[in-house]
Design a protein around this ligand. Structure first.
Ligand code: NAP
Length: 329
């Protein structure tokens, strides 16, 4: 950690200047204790253009150079899924703290190695599962934990958008970790994991594309207490992208898009309540603020998006991939 922590500012680096990196950089500007210090792209010109837009001090034409920058405390990894392992290991090996985009990696084995190296190097690591930090999702989690509406009996969550077929895109290219499950199905799966818990039985079916990735994925989780979760993701059609949580004594609907800043409706026999949560950003500032705060306090793991949670999440994704016969090499 560099001396800037004395000034109560955490210096961020961004690795990979794609679509999500732009949104993240914009939200980072809203955090007083965070500063974008450096960005890195495979193309130097692209890093300059990106850096200028968000007032980055340094811009690099290789990811390695970013890791060598002594002013950078933490690196946000925003490359395609299939590179999360390699790029996280690169940063950790340079003793840089890491916030890595979801999915954390392609499989449990990679995640175990990433966490192992973070512990060995004694540096911070977290999966960027931003939903968990959003105000509406925190509100719902609190309601679940308080048991105000009783136990959850069923969850229905979907995430679907229409992506034009392009075998070279990260969505359809198997080498880039393509498919609906890892890209967006991860959100319904994560909702079930965080709201109900790790399931006792899993069933899944998928329709595969000509590039051998899942175009859609239909998942059923069953729990010993009788609760169920019906989860769905697709890259061939837009769906409601909402979450409906049925409890013993009521229903909560997280409106579209349930994984992003959203509103909720709480229904009981006595009343129907609509709740709005004022979020003026894309919503990535909540996770970034959390990481910034933890780093200012010299923490190495998030108590909210913990290693254990990431291990459970990737294990679930592995099990679902086993059910649908989807393997990444
Ligand atoms: N949290 C969220 O809401 C959210 C939303 C969207 C995506 N994501 C996640 O963020 C990651 C990136 O998604 P994205 O939509 O931003 O993707 P993207 O627009 O394609 O950007 C990915 C970037 O990765 C770098 N890259 C390095 N090697 C690459 C390769 N062989 N092919 C393509 N790009 C390569 C490129 O940056 P340079 O050219 O600058 O090196 C590229 O711009 C994914 O893992 C995805 O799951 C998260």
């Amino acid at each position: 950690m560099n001396s800037t922590t004395d000034l109560k500012i955490i210096h961020w680096g961004i690795l990979g200047c794609g679509r999500i990196a732009h949104k993240f950089a914009q939200d980072l500007l809203t955090i007083p204790t965070a500063k974008l210090s450096a960005v890195a792209s495979r193309s130097f010109e692209k890093s300059i253009l990106f850096g200028k837009e968000y007032n980055s001090v340094s811009c690099y034409g290789s990811y390695e150079e970013l890791c060598l920058d002594n002013n950078v405390d933490v690196i946000y990894i925003a490359t395609p899924h299939s590179f999360h392992f390699e790029h996280t290991m690169l940063c950790l090996n340079h003793s840089k703290s890491v916030l890595c985009e979801k999915p954390f990696a392609l499989n449990s084995n990679q995640v175990a190695q990433m966490i192992g190296l973070a512990k060995e190097k004694n540096v911070f690591l977290m999966e960027a599962m931003w939903t968990l930090f959003l105000p509406h999702f925190q509100y719902v989690l609190n309601m679940v934990q308080s048991k105000e509406l009783g136990e959850i009996t069923n969850l229905k969550a979907d995430f679907g958008y229409q992506f034009d077929f392009d075998p070279t895109s990260r969505i359809y290219n198997k080498k880039l970790g393509g498919g609906s499950l890892l890209d967006i199905g991860i959100y319904p799966v994560f909702a079930a994991l965080s709201l109900i818990g790790f399931p006792d039985a899993i069933e899944a079916n998928a329709k595969m594309s000509s590039t051998d990735i899942d175009e859609n994925c239909d998942i059923l989780f069953q729990y010993k207490d009788g609760a169920t979760a019906q989860l769905y993701s697709t890259i061939i059609e837009k769906t409601n992208t909402e979450a409906i949580i049925e409890f013993e004594n009521g229903i909560i609907i997280i409106h579209q898009q349930f994984h992003a800043p959203s509103s909720i409706t709480v229904k009981t026999v006595k009343k129907v309540e609509h709740l709005k949560f004022n979020v003026s950003t894309f919503g990535y500032n909540y996770e970034a603020e959390h990481v910034t705060e933890l780093l200012l306090n010299n923490k190495k793991e998030s108590p909210i998006m913990s290693f254990d949670k990431s291990i459970q999440l990737i294990h679930l994704l592995d099990l679902i991939r086993g059910e649908i016969g989807l393997e990444y090499n």
